[in-house]
Design a protein around this ligand. Sequence first.
Ligand code: NAP
Length: 351
Amino acid sequence: MKKWKVGILGATGSVGQRFVQLLENHEFFEVTHLAASDKSAGNVYGDVMASRWKVSNNIPEYAKKIKVSKCSPSDTPGVNLVFSGLDSSIAGEVETEYAKAGIMVISNSKNHRNDTDVPILSAEVNPGHLEILNYQATPGKIITNSNCTIMGVTITLKPIFEKFGIESVVLFSMQAISGAGYPGVPSLDILGNVVPHIGGEEEKAEFEPLKCLGKLENGQIVPADFKISAHCNRVPVIDGHTVCVSIKLKKQATIEEIKKVWNEFEGEPQKLKLPSAPAKVIDYREEIDRPQPRLDLMSGNGMATTVGRLRKDTVLDFKYVLLSHNTIRGAAGAAILNAELIYKKGLNKAG
Ligand code: NAP
């Protein structure tokens, strides 16, 4: 199959830089356009990013020479699809403009996640929700990722939900600074500190897993029918969101049975051998003090969800800890995996 020409909207931000890095020499996609705000547009990416590149040693060579465009379909001609890492103040409007122009949008922003005809897609969890694209009125379709904290939570809940059912979940997040973009949280607020509030995060954490685990009925996603209570905190870690989860099940289960469903969990990305699919979706660690961001962040090239400390809970049934890379699995990597699934299934009319 021919490679699709793709653009990255918000290419200068934390998520945008990950896209630029992860799409270097991609098997299915060729990056032809990098777009950002008016203040970055007009100069080549290498110059714009000279002191802003933060995700690896060097800016990939292919990207350095691309002139940064404005974020509009007329400024990014010829693309089959755009990845969006745009700030939410602008993402909704710009993404709709692309969809109206017939260009598929794979977004990391929150703006369209609650639209009834837009899936919050996690390629291993709910690939069936892609069917809802048929109900979107625009010629180009919009697909979103879940919030970065929720990505790993939903992945660990999915096999439990399928096998045992879920009554309720209580979760407590410890979220990395890079989750707030760049330059993000001021150093004087976060160094040696914990901030027990992240605007809008708990509401997302309490809704998005339910939509991901929901059923498609008559062109609508009916959310799963359990309750989630979330406490979200910012901690002085650079990358990687850690979440402590307590869970009450509908059917009885043992620790060994839960570990087994996690261990065996795989989805279409693994069956189709998609380039960004981790071999093991859930990487369970038996050590008593894992997962830890410093040790486990890059499991499965940053695409696996590392889990540990599954044990009995004295109030609900079980509790465990998970770690997920927020700008890879929680953002750019997951968006690329979604696009790989769509490419492989031939679901983009503009492709
Ligand atoms: P960021 O570092 O602040 O980057 C924001 C990007 O948006 C930059 O490229 C910026 O371009 C561009 N932008 C801002 N205002 C614009 C405008 N008026 N017109 C066009 N472009 C504009 O943010 P981020 O952390 O990468 O997050 C990007 C999106 O992904 C957000 O919606 C966020 O909620 C979501 N997200 C982030 C993470 C994470 O871990 N960071 C994870 C999941 C989802 P300039 O540089 O030119 O200003």
